[in-house]
Ligand binder design. Structure first.
Ligand SMILES: Nc1ncnc2c1ncn2[C@@H]1O[C@H](COP(=O)(O)OP(=O)(O)OP(=O)(O)O)[C@@H](O)[C@H]1O
Ligand SMILES: [Mg+2]
Length: 351
């Protein structure tokens, strides 16, 4: 079903994307692949369908579950969960490893103390069998452990021929910062990766997506409404899916837009809150003002600066503004002073 809101994992449910899935399958034996694209573009779906189509054994680490300042315990518990889901395939490898114990179907990994196992050693052990390690929203691995994670990936890249890493990320600049192969000081320096970038659907495809989706749930929808959804949600499959569902239940396009904006606003509020908690109250406020000003159409450095200074009632330094712009770009929220997602733009007006 196209309008199922969970990530798709079967080829029959995935609309379009044949080329991307094929490219992943053709390159599935490479050490490192990246799937990138803005939020809701379909990264997890393309990843899952490709893994299933490739008929390969894989574990999936969902880094959305990690808090900003996560520690080794939290990271290892994600690995535990992922390895446990593949216990029947991995049992013979894992049961011989010091630092790993298996209780029933649950794999425990020691994250501290005497028999603690490092990530690199864990990868070496896993390498005894062919395995794909898929890391969803990998940019969230940034933070205190990122050096160790990069070291481990670089090590596996060079020595663990049975392993393939597939990383996805919706904050594309931050994902590239984690896998910074061009930085001489980085552990992964000089390695090659294949990157599959997911683009939005064009108008024609978006229309087809909605038509097919509504057909599947036997709802007749006028062309005019379909056009309006297509124009408003700008080819982002996750929003098209959301809009299809909402329209099916509410039957009012204005309501659909309103609910989408509310969801997006919540996500932006979270971002602001994270900045407030991690840096300071004033930083959070500045992100809020920057988003509001860009949404108003302040589409140059100087216009943005003067708008933000007006909002705040004080001067803002060049470096502070540069930093905010750079970070919003790295998070794939804006590019060249424009929002990448039209719903985020509308939501920002309400911040
Ligand atoms: N090609 C597609 N065909 C059918 N449904 C899709 C497609 N791409 C995305 N979707 C739907 O859109 C929503 C978002 O997809 P998915 O979770 O795969 O995207 P994502 O890029 O991983 O999103 P996020 O950035 O939020 O993690 C889901 O409801 C999914 O079912
Ligand atoms: Mg995802």
């Amino acid at each position: 079903m196209l309008f199922d809101e969970r990530p798709k994992d079967r080829k029959e449910d995935l609309f379009d994307r044949e080329r991307e899935v094929e490219e992943i399958i053709n390159n599935i034996k490479r050490p490192l692949l990246l799937i990138s694209g803005v939020r809701r573009i379909g990264k997890t779906s393309v990843l899952l369908v490709s893994l299933n189509e490739a008929k390969e054994n894989y574990i999936l680490i969902d880094c959305r579950k990690l808090k900003e300042n996560y520690g080794r315990k939290e990271l290892y518990s994600l690995f535990s969960e992922a390895l446990s889901s593949k216990i029947s395939y991995l049992k013979d490898v894992l049961e011989k490893v010091k630092g790993i114990s298996i209780a029933g179907n649950y794999v425990e990994i020691k994250w501290g103390g005497k028999n603690y196992i490092s990530l690199s050693s864990l990868f070496d052990e896993l390498n005894k069998k062919r395995l794909i390690i898929a890391i969803d929203e990998a940019q969230r691995l940034r933070g205190p452990l990122s050096k160790e994670i990069k070291d481990a990936i670089a090590h596996a890249y060079d020595y663990d021929r049975n392993l393939t890493f597939i990383l996805t990320g919706s904050e594309v600049g931050l994902l590239h910062e984690l896998i910074d192969v061009e930085n001489e000081n980085s552990p992964v320096y000089g390695r090659y990766y294949l990157e599959i970038t997911l683009d939005r659907f064009n108008k024609e495809r978006s229309k087809e997506f909605l038509q097919r989706g509504f057909q599947e749930i036997s709802i007749k929808v006028e062309d005019k409404i379909i056009e309006e959804i297509v124009n408003y949600f700008d080819g982002i499959p996750g929003w098209l899916t959301f809009a299809g569902n909402e329209y099916a239940t509410k039957g009012k396009i204005e309501e659909v837009k309103k609910t989408a904006v509310k969801v997006a606003k919540g996500e932006l509020e979270n971002l602001i809150e994270e900045k407030t908690k991690k840096v300071s109250y004033i930083t959070g406020k500045r992100y809020r003002n920057a988003l509001k000003c860009i949404a108003k159409g302040e589409n140059s450095w100087s216009k943005l600066l003067s708008c933000m200074e007006k909002e705040e009632g004080s001067t803002i330094s060049t470096s502070v503004l540069d930093n905010i712009i750079q970070n919003l770009e790295k998070m794939s929220i804006i590019k060249d002073y424009e929002f990448l997602d039209p719903v985020y733009k509308e939501a920002s007006k309400l911040l």
